[in-house]
Design a protein around this ligand. Structure first.
Ligand SMILES: CC(C)(COP(=O)(O)OP(=O)(O)OC[C@H]1O[C@@H](n2cnc3c(N)ncnc32)[C@H](O)[C@@H]1OP(=O)(O)O)[C@@H](O)C(=O)NCCC(=O)NCCS
Length: 221
């Protein structure tokens, strides 16, 4: 195995513990890096669970700890962006994590720091930006574009030629119909089916989804 990086996971909640396991699965399959701990302002995970790596510090310690490579494991796009900015400010790097069961088409592109959880599918000629979290069983169809810092919840189906703006959130089991464009910092409620384009900052709910603009554009850019 090539010598990889020591990596800290930013976020020690449930998703963080999932990502720790995925990193160990990936390492067993040849991913060269090694998760050495968590960073979070909250230590609850360590009181309630038997976690195999330590809490290294809080978010304010990113620049002080002796680790320069990070994976972000939080489910809020605006916080993902904030943490990614902090990593860059302290000259750290975000590393990608692709679970061995994920399928990534050879023509697809994945940004730095993006996490592909088990059984995700990234289809031909799609582009998934930096620092995106694609949760279990979610799919990104051919020719789609998913902007940076987005969170794609379990079983979400992004069909073909979709455009999803930076910092957006897709709830579990939602569907985005082919060629739909959703503006930055939008949120799609769990189970919704989006059939029409939506402005930036939209909350989209229902089948077919109805939208209203209600979120600030803080996670975009
Ligand atoms: C899309 C979502 C994240 C929005 O959450 P939010 O930004 O906190 O928004 P809120 O819950 O404050 O809801 C905003 C408004 O939409 C309404 N709303 C939210 N979800 C709704 C739904 N499914 N049906 C009807 N109305 C809904 C709220 O009642 C509220 O209305 P109001 O402004 O009149 O009070 C949330 O609706 C959702 O789907 N969560 C599921 C998350 C998920 O799948 N997580 C998986 C993690 S692994």
């Amino acid at each position: 195995m090539t010598h990889g990086l020591d990596v800290a996971i930013l976020g020690a909640g449930g998703f963080g513990r999932e990502v720790l396991q995925y990193s160990q699965d990936a390492r067993a399959a040849g991913w060269p890096n090694r998760v050495v701990g968590f960073i979070d302002n909250w230590s609850g995970a360590f009181e309630r669970f038997d976690v195999s790596v330590p809490l290294l510090g809080s978010f304010g310690d990113i620049g002080q700890i002796d680790v320069r490579a990070f994976i972000i494991a939080v489910g809020d796009p605006a916080l993902r962006r904030k943490l990614a900015d902090a990593v860059v400010d302290f000259r750290g790097i975000l590393v990608s994590l692709i679970h061995p069961t994920a399928y990534v088409a050879p023509t697809a592109q994945i940004g730095s720091g993006t996490v592909l959880c088990p059984y995700t599918l990234i289809a031909a000629n799609s582009w998934v930006g930096p620092n995106v979290a694609v949760n279990v069983y979610a799919s990104i169809g051919h020719d789609s574009r998913v902007g940076g810092h987005c969170v794609i919840s379990p079983y979400a189906a992004v069909t073909g030629a979709v455009s999803l703006g930076d910092g957006s959130f897709l709830g579990t089991h939602c569907t985005i119909a082919p060629a739909v464009a959703i503006g930055a910092c939008s949120k799609v409620s769990a189970g919704s089916v989006v059939t029409r384009d939506a402005e930036a900052g939209s909350l989209l709910i229902g089948n077919p989804a109805k939208g209203r603009v209600m979120y600030p554009l803080s996670g975009s850019g």
